[in-house]
Design a protein around this ligand. Structure first.
Ligand code: G6P
Length: 370
């Protein structure tokens, strides 16, 4: 068992540390040597078919759904086609509007989640083309989808998904860039800029991982609380949801993710002296708004950890109690970095509480019943 964990205490920690490799493997061969274009030879859909799509539904469960929320941001930004995201267990019961011009993207680490598979079948029955993003070649989802993008995260053992999630983000970045390049919604120079920033991500993750220990203390202090909040705006809100789910899954501490601007409409009532708040600050154009939301929580006694971009420490540190800086990348790509400290906080909080990190109570790695 120890050998399989490659010297790490838990599979989860090992998998967190495998993310730079997972990013590199998922990008390998898909970005051209000159870094100017993306090739996705695995896609059977033609450029004409891709050009004919006028709406996208992203359907998944759990962590994969959270990757889909980031995917929505990626596709809408790069391709300017409207994207809806849906919980797979809800999708087919709400008569979704699916036409032959709809691309349904299902995201599933295992490729075996019953709800996701049922959504895929419903989409195909209604005439949509289905693209699957999955980590398992030969899985049910991979076999039944019309097109498949395989993430090369390698086997994920820990129930709490880490490297599979972040590799799904890489798949969305690649597909978004590929689609933008096919439609010409972004210039060649803009696509090249995205690809260059993507290629820098593995090293940037390594830099974050080298500072993992810094997050231990925060996690330990969080572990004494019964409830906390993750807040963010824009794509940071999507990452906040994943951070909150990760914490709940393995530490059993109640937490909620909130769009920072929405706090004042109710949830602010729950903030009291010492309530931990983790504020994501990766979107620099939203800093001013975020700082005013942080102020609202601090005025009620919140203890705020800011996850911010390097270079902004001086500007933000006065407004938060603690901060952790992540390397700078394009605003679109920040989830691939900002999720790493959140994974580590959950891991260390679970450890501090003495829980079974890799096999949390009540949960299964893959849920094959509806
Ligand atoms: C289970 C796991 C989650 C996972 C979800 C979807 O609930 O515990 O970690 O996100 O299933 O799994 P999938 O294999 O479809 O990504």
């Amino acid at each position: 068992m120890t050998a399989e964990k490659a010297g790490f205490d838990h599979f989860m920690l090992k998998e967190v540390h495998e993310q730079p490799k997972a990013y590199r493997d998922t990008m390998r061969g898909r970005i051209s040597d000159d870094g100017r274009s993306v090739a996705m030879p695995e896609l059977k859909m033609t450029a004409e078919q891709l050009k004919g799509i006028n709406r996208v539904h992203i359907v998944a469960c759990g962590t994969a759904l959270h990757a889909g929320l980031v995917g929505k941001n990626v596709i809408e930004s790069l391709v300017r086609i409207p994207v809806e995201t849906d919980v797979a267990s809800e999708y087919r019961y709400r008569s979704p509007i699916i036409t032959p011009e709809t691309l349904v993207i299902v995201v599933s680490q295992s490729g075996e989640t019953a709800d996701t598979l049922a959504a895929l079948r419903e989409a195909q029955r209604c005439g949509a083309r289905v693209l699957a993003i999955t980590n398992v070649v030969g899985s049910s989802v991979a076999r039944e989808a019309d097109d498949v993008i395989i993430t090369l995260a390698g086997p994920e053992i820990a129930v709490a998904s880490t490297k599979a999630y972040s590799s799904q983000l890489i798949a969305f970045f690649l597909f978004g860039a590929f689609w933008a390049q096919t439609l010409g919604t972004k210039s060649e120079a803009q696509v090249a800029q995205v690809l260059a920033a993507m290629e820098a991500l593995p090293e940037q993750v390594e830099k974050i991982l080298a500072q993992a220990e810094l997050l231990k203390e925060v996690a330990e202090s969080i572990s004494h609380h019964s409830s906390l909040f993750f807040i963010g705006r824009g794509v940071d809100y999507a990452v906040a949801m994943e951070g909150s789910l990760k914490l709940k899954e393995i530490s059993y501490i109640h937490s909620e993710a909130y769009a920072a601007g929405e706090l004042k409409h109710g949830t602010l009532a729950l903030i009291e002296e010492g309530t931990p708040v983790i504020a994501l600050l990766s979107q620099e154009d939203l800093y001013e708004k975020m700082l005013s939301n942080i102020k609202e929580t601090k005025a009620r006694g919140a203890d705020v950890l800011g996850i911010l971009n390097e270079g902004h420490e001086a500007e933000i540190s006065k407004s938060v109690d603690r901060y952790f800086a992540i390397p700078r990348t394009l605003p679109l790509l920040t989830p691939a970095l900002s999720v790493i400290p959140l994974q580590l906080i959950s891991y260390y909080a679970s450890l501090a509480l003495g829980h079974d990190v890799d096999k949390p109570r009540n949960l299964a790695k893959s849920v094959t019943v509806e």
